[in-house]
Design a protein around this ligand. Structure first.
Ligand SMILES: *[C@@H]1O[C@H](CO)[C@@H](O)[C@H](O)[C@H]1NC(C)=O
Ligand SMILES: *[C@@H]1O[C@H](CO)[C@@H](O)[C@H](O)[C@H]1NC(C)=O
Ligand SMILES: *[C@@H]1O[C@H](CO)[C@@H](O)[C@H](O)[C@H]1NC(C)=O
Ligand SMILES: *[C@@H]1O[C@H](CO)[C@@H](O)[C@H](O)[C@H]1NC(C)=O
Ligand SMILES: *[C@@H]1O[C@H](CO)[C@@H](O)[C@H](O)[C@H]1NC(C)=O
Length: 882
């Protein structure tokens, strides 16, 4: 109050005025503060968006639907759920958005399949539908509410539906409090913001909680210091254990009492019930299992408890087993400048660290990758180090780089083979055991993007069957790194742990030792190990000298993992690791070829002779027998448009066939490098339209390509396909009508499907629309192409944004004599004519046509819907339906 009096005395103002002034200024400060915090949330939002954009949605292989063998018997029926999580969110306000982002990142990292939805979306109808007595399969194994408020605001009826679903299928619901504050009557649960605490916060886990699986009670974990705006908010939950049968899973210990705190303390409540951050309702009240999360991400304890909750709330475990196979690669042995290399005592230290690790991970050995040429190129002391490491060579496992540590992508097959042979000779001369069938390319080069010669040389010289890379599909984000198999070589994902050739002292690490510790104590490195059942870590020889960062990092990591998790760290040779990895993730076997030009890092490790200008700018896509050839012959008039391959050759079909496994070079070898810089090239294909795999593969390689479809009446397409089958398989004993109307004969049914399916246009287009923007796609009506080729071609050129469009008016004209549009030659006579040979059959009776029109009605209706997204002029056969 002294200030008060002083102000009054100084200004000599009446009490009331001073009071009002102060009030006004407080309001001002309050408003300013509010404004400030609002604008800072806006910034958060931007960060969130930027981070989400990093994630390529096409990468989620986990979207496949897999059936769970798990079930629950109710009377004598079995209920199943699909292995998919439903995440309910409302419009992305910043805080919820941050929570969603954290969630998606975690789920992607753990390859859990999920679907995001809003309250008013179709999934809620599906859930309601699943309550029908005859439905025994639920679509979701678990529900997550990003914001508890979203749930609280639901109508009672909807809440009942969700709870009934949970009871019927024995699946749980997970809630985040996000920025809700107050009493949640539905759950008799209080949510409040933590009071401002100066001292650090410590979280304690209920060590007997039933949900613990990965998580182990490791004592007290300190809340990490997360830069403002990056993490999600922390909240405290409190409940009355006498009223509700909840179980605390994690809570915050009371902070140290502030010495000079004079205010009366609130009733000291037990923090186990008052400062809860993770809470379990095991369903004792109403049969629905629930877990509540009071935010607080990133924080490893919460991350682990989140994973454990997923497993607990779904009937069967969603995440993978507790085994984690750990391999530590020490790259670049013998490579390093003087002053950075190993000395004898570093080698001895390495051996002793290895022994102590082997006590915790039976059989553990460091995996050493060497380049012979660098041997004994250091100081005398360091040369002794080199000798020491060879003296104990048999205590480690080894793999080869190249002899001179060359960048593989710069070398021809001959040179690669020579280098590998020299390196192998070095191993033989110095007693290095080389029997792991594993190798790593120096400088990350040659594995992905693929340098074919490297694979050939590995196959030939070293019988290599396993390697690893950080570059597939991209270095970042790390949680999406994957493996693949190419030419018999199993490529495993490799993780960086912050120890590169240039980090050999604590001070060289960004953020120093503290940052390294953070990464180990539940940070990036720790989480990387959690989400990778097969964990290959990259380190370098120089990380083991001087400050011995690598020894420090690996030891600490292993200890921390053992302290806080029930994960079983395990050791196995690389070939075994590859078996385990592709056993767990068979969907990873087939690589997804991406354009090296879409990633700066990839471009610099790509053979400089190769060029993305060999890739097509647009695709001309079926359906089969639908008049693609007609469009091609018209395109040929514009010499700037180059067809890249021969459509009749069986060879291409890259995106839709096994040819895809032959690799990117194989594909590009089909195309000549365009000589004219203005020209744009395309690939026509009959098989991509209906291919299941093509859209995703095309998108991965040709992100900005345009896709052109030519559509004809599906009835015609069906008949054309029939004729094709006739010619190919000599099926003359079957009539078209018999096949398409067949209901029982299995052989006929098979043919029926193959004839009718190409005409399911909406289904095929829908697959392309999953990967391409509507403005990248053009649909041309074949009949219009036949009747008005000039207009269609001019529009097409505009759509393709061709530099020098050809005015088709001047080159194509209708010829009465030929009753077709024909090319006009320079001498003003007609040249090629453009016709489409309709396969209208005489034998096709009216009733079959009617039957097919009815058959296609639903597909055509869906096609009409697509017209709202990709606008195209409705063909006549479609208008008739409408
Ligand atoms: C249980 O199974 C029997 C025969 O399999 C069936 O007749 C009966 O309707 C079933 N009961 C229920 C409740 O589904
Ligand atoms: C800790 O978990 C156990 C087992 O789930 C439970 O019985 C106990 O009540 C929990 N403790 C608290 C404080 O909720
Ligand atoms: C490699 O050789 C060593 C020693 O000769 C042996 O202990 C090890 O089992 C072999 N490893 C493999 C993968 O064959
Ligand atoms: C395409 O290949 C077929 C058969 O291989 C050949 O007959 C035809 O002339 C080729 N067409 C072009 C444009 O190269
Ligand atoms: C070419 O023929 C068309 C009609 O066939 C005529 O209108 C046009 O003037 C002719 N052009 C030339 C250059 O002879």
């Amino acid at each position: 109050m002294r200030i008060w009096t002083r102000i009054r005395r100084y200004t000599k103002l009446p009490f009331r005025v001073v009071f009002s002034l102060m009030l006004v200024s407080w309001i001002g400060v309050f408003l300013l503060f509010n404004y400030y915090s609002q604008s800072s949330t806006v910034v958060d939002d931007v960060v969130g968006t930027a981070l989400t954009k990093n994630v390529d949605p096409n990468l989620y292989y986990t979207r496949d639907i897999r059936w769970l063998p798990n079930s629950r018997k109710q009377s004598n029926r079995t209920f199943k759920v699909r292995k998919k999580i439903l995440i309910v969110q409302r419009h992305p306000a910043s805080e919820r958005f941050k929570v969603s982002h954290v969630l998606c990142k975690l789920l992607d990292g753990y390859r859990l399949s999920y679907e995001l939805t809003r309250v008013d979306d179709k999934p809620f109808l599906d859930i309601k539908d699943a309550l029908r007595p005859d439905v025994t399969v639920g679509k979701y194994s678990l529900l997550i509410f990003v914001d508890i408020k979203t749930y609280l605001d639901l109508k009672e009826k909807t809440k009942n539906t969700l709870n009934s679903y949970s009871r019927k299928f024995n699946t749980g619901i997970l809630f985040f409090t996000t920025n809700y504050v107050g009493y949640a009557r539905d759950f008799e649960l209080n949510v409040r913001k933590p009071e401002k605490e100066k001292s650090p916060l410590f979280v304690k886990i209920n060590s007997s909680s039933v949900i613990l699986r990965v998580t182990k009670d490791g004592g007290q974990a300190e809340r990490p210091r997360v830069p403002k705006g990056i993490g999600t908010r922390w909240m405290y939950l409190s409940y009355d254990p006498a009223r509700v049968p909840y179980e605390t899973v994690a809570y915050v210990l009371p902070g140290l009492p502030l010495a000079k705190k004079r205010r009366k303390r609130r009733n000291p409540m037990d923090p186990q019930f008052d400062r809860v951050t993770v809470l379990l309702d095991s369903g004792r009240k109403d049969g629905v299992k629930r877990v509540f999360f009071a935010g607080g991400f990133p924080f490893f304890v919460h991350t682990m408890l989140f994973l454990d909750s997923l497993d607990f709330l779904s009937t069967k475990s969603l995440t993978f087993s507790l085994n984690r196979y750990l391999q530590v690669d020490m790259d670049d042995v013998f490579i390093g400048s003087t002053g950075l290399r190993l000395r004898r005592e570093d080698v001895m230290d390495l051996l002793s660290v290895q022994s102590s690790l082997a006590e915790k991970i039976p059989g553990f050995r460091f995996n050493l990758g060497y380049s012979g040429k660098g041997y004994k190129r250091g100081s005398p002391q360091e040369d002794e180090g080199d000798e020491a490491i060879l003296e104990y060579a048999h205590r480690f496992t080894w793999f080869g780089h190249l002899y001179d540590h060359e960048q593989a992508h710069r070398f021809s097959l001959k040179n690669l083979i020579r280098s590998m042979k020299r390196n192998r000779k070095f191993a033989e001369d110095y007693g290095i055991p080389l029997n792991t069938s594993y190798a790593v390319a120096p400088h990350h080069s040659g594995v992905y993007p693929v340098h074919e010669d490297l694979y050939t040389a590995w196959n030939k010289v070293d019988k290599i069957t396993v390697t690893s890379t950080e570059e597939y599909p991209h270095l970042k984000p790390a949680w999406l790194r994957r493996g693949f198999i190419y030419r018999g070589i199993r490529v495993l994902p490799r993780q960086t742990c912050g120890l590169f050739t240039s980090t050999n002292f604590f001070k060289q690490i960004k953020g120093g030792r503290k940052a390294l510790d953070r990464s180990i104590h539940g940070g990036e490195l720790f989480e990387t190990l959690l989400r990778n059942p097969v964990m290959i870590i990259m380190t370098h020889m120089t990380n083991y000298a001087n400050d011995r960062l690598a020894q420090y990092t690996i030891t600490k990591l292993v200890d921390y993992v053992r302290k806080w998790t029930n994960v079983r760290l395990t050791y196995a040779p690389p070939t075994k690791l590859a078996e385990i990895y592709f056993g767990l993730f068979p969907q990873d076997k087939t690589p997804l070829w991406r354009s090296p030009c879409d990633d700066h890092r990839h471009l610099i490790i790509w053979d400089s002779d190769k060029t993305c200008s060999k890739l097509p700018s647009f695709l001309l896509v079926g359906p089969p027998h639908g008049g693609l050839e007609l469009l091609q012959s018209l395109l040929r008039l514009n010499h700037d448009i180059v067809q890249m391959n021969n459509i009749s050759s069986k060879e291409a079909q890259f995106f839709s066939s096994e040819n895809y496994l032959k690799g990117l070079d194989w594909y590009m070898d089909h195309f000549a490098k365009p000589s004219n810089p203005n020209s744009i090239s395309y690939e026509p294909s009959h098989s991509y339209f209906t291919s299941q795999a093509a859209p995703q593969r095309v998108n991965a390689l040709l992100k900005s390509a345009k896709i052109i479809f030519v559509l004809e009446n599906p009835v015609m397409i069906a008949y054309a396909h029939y004729k094709h089958l006739l010619a190919r398989h000599k099926l003359s004993q079957y009539k078209f009508t018999d096949i398409v109307t067949s209901q029982t004969n299995p052989e006929l049914l098979r043919m029926r499907t193959s004839i009718l399916r190409p005409g399911h246009y909406a289904e095929h287009l829908g697959r392309w629309m999953k990967y391409f923007n509507p403005n990248q796609m053009l649909i041309i009506d074949l009949n219009e192409l036949v009747s008005q080729p000039v207009n269609v071609m001019n529009q097409l050129q505009e759509f393709l944004a061709i530099e020098h469009p050809l005015d088709y008016h001047k080159h194509v004209r209708y010829s009465k004599d030929k009753s077709a549009f024909c090319e006009i030659t320079p001498s003003n006579t007609t040249g090629n004519c453009y016709r489409y040979q309709k396969t209208v059959p005489d034998s096709l009776d009216e009733s079959t046509i009617k039957y097919l029109q009815r058959y296609y009605a639903i597909h055509n209706k869906n096609l009409m819907r697509i017209n709202q997204k990709i606008q195209f002029k409705l063909p006549k056969w479609l208008q008739d339906i409408g």
